[in-house]
Design a protein around this ligand. Structure first.
Ligand SMILES: [Zn+2]
Length: 252
């Protein structure tokens, strides 16, 4: 079992390097007792980065996936390097921070946009996908191009007047009574999930999520909203792009 250390609270999403122990060595990969590398899931791509065996030997982390209760870090490095590791070996993991922080900005911006689309037009987000500097949201129902100015205004407003983001674990019964639980059609939450990890954007949104997020909407920067397109009857897609590098320099 791998402890998903990035889940614990919002500051954990800002941890860039950590120590952990090897618990399994599948071919070309490592399983650790704990990790801050995000494994692909919920529309958020895997983290990349490095795993250092010692001062001279580094492996590149090229993919991270969840396999049941464990996280598998697929690595590439000098021939024979992996063979020097055994179960219990200590390593140092370092995240590709530029890539991860981009995913955090995209993910928080996606929650914000999903919330505003639901509040203004009653459309639920069924699926979201983050990639590179862009994200797409698949919505139930149609969404016309006339909605773009108001939604773009909402995104700009949240950047100019930053709102804090926080992570809370709340009992399932409490979450089911929260009126915000209506807005997320993203993933049907299995009954056994209790407590629920909620990502909250102050006065704007609350949504169950296992992803990594920025601590303030002030870190989102300017966002370019694309025109929505129809995906056949009863469905539409809207996308956006991060229009600039992060306006604040995030630190660990
Ligand atoms: Zn999410």
């Amino acid at each position: 079992m791998t402890e998903l250390a990035y889940l614990a609270d919002l500051p954990s999403a800002y941890v860039r390097s950590f120590r952990a122990r090897v618990t399994a060595l599948p071919p070309g990969a490592l399983v650790l007792d704990r990790t801050y590398f995000y494994p692909t899931g919920g529309g958020q791509p895997a983290d990349h980065g490095q795993i250092s065996l010692d001062e001279r030997t580094q492996l590149a982390v090229v993919d991270v996936t969840k396999s049941g209760p464990t996280v598998v870090h697929r690595v590439q490095g000098p021939p024979g390097a992996l063979r020097r590791l055994g179960i219990g070996s200590e390593i140092e993991g370092t995240l590709d921070w530029e890539r991860r922080h981009r995913h955090m900005r995209l993910h928080t911006a996606q929650h914000l946009l999903s919330a505003r689309i639901y509040a203004r037009y009653g459309r639920k987000t069924r699926r979201a996908e983050l990639a590179g500097v862009s994200a797409t949201l698949d919505l139930d129902g149609s969404l016309g191009t006339e909605t773009v100015p108001a939604l773009a205004g909402d995104l700009a407003e949240a950047f100019v007047h930053p709102r804090p983001v926080q992570v809370r674990f709340v009992p399932r019964a409490e979450w089911d009574r929260n009126p915000m639980s209506e807005r997320s059609g993203l993933v049907p939450l299995p009954r056994q999930v209790d407590p629920v990890r909620i990502v909250e954007i102050e006065a704007t949104d609350a949504c169950p999520c296992g992803g990594t997020h920025v601590r303030s909407t002030g870190e989102l920067g300017k966002i370019l909203l694309h025109d929505p397109i129809a995906l056949g009857p009863g469905a539409s897609r809207i996308g956006f792009t991060l229009a600039e590098p992060s306006p604040s320099s995030p630190s660990g």
